[in-house]
Design a protein around this ligand. Structure first.
Ligand SMILES: C=C(N)C(=O)O
Length: 121
């Protein structure tokens, strides 16, 4: 049994996917991008917006950042690793989720950052 999770507090999907899908007590969140601030080229602002949006989607499913067990971070430029760590890390006061961070050739809408998470209630 799966439940589609949607909130207007985060950007709507730009393709055939859901913001997040709840399957049992596990939430699978699609990769989040920050279209509104991406054009500014400010990776810090992009990451903060993405993490805030992730928080809104988690809340829609009755969860918060502490429910995240795994994250995936996709960067256009690995030189942004330190900035991303600083922003991302500020959302986890203890026991951060498992994670991988990879540099990719290109992201949708030419953003600089995309983050997806899996959360468990
Ligand atoms: C932005 C996405 N999550 C996508 O295109 O799959």
């Amino acid at each position: 049994m799966k439940q589609i999770i949607f909130t207007e507090k985060a950007p709507a999907a730009i393709g055939p996917y859901s913001q997040a899908v709840l399957a049992g007590n596990t939430l699978y969140m699609s990769g989040q991008i920050a279209l509104d601030v991406a054009a500014l080229g400010d990776v810090r602002a992009e990451a903060k917006k993405i993490m805030d949006n992730i928080g809104h989607i988690l809340a829609e499913a009755g969860m918060n950042y502490s429910n995240i067990v795994k994250s995936s971070i996709f960067l256009k430029n690995m030189d942004d690793f330190a900035v991303i760590n600083e922003v991302y890390g500020s959302y986890f006061t203890e026991a951060p989720p498992a994670r991988e961070t990879v540099q990719v050739a290109r992201l949708p809408k030419d953003v600089n950052v995309e983050i997806s998470v899996i959360a468990v209630n």
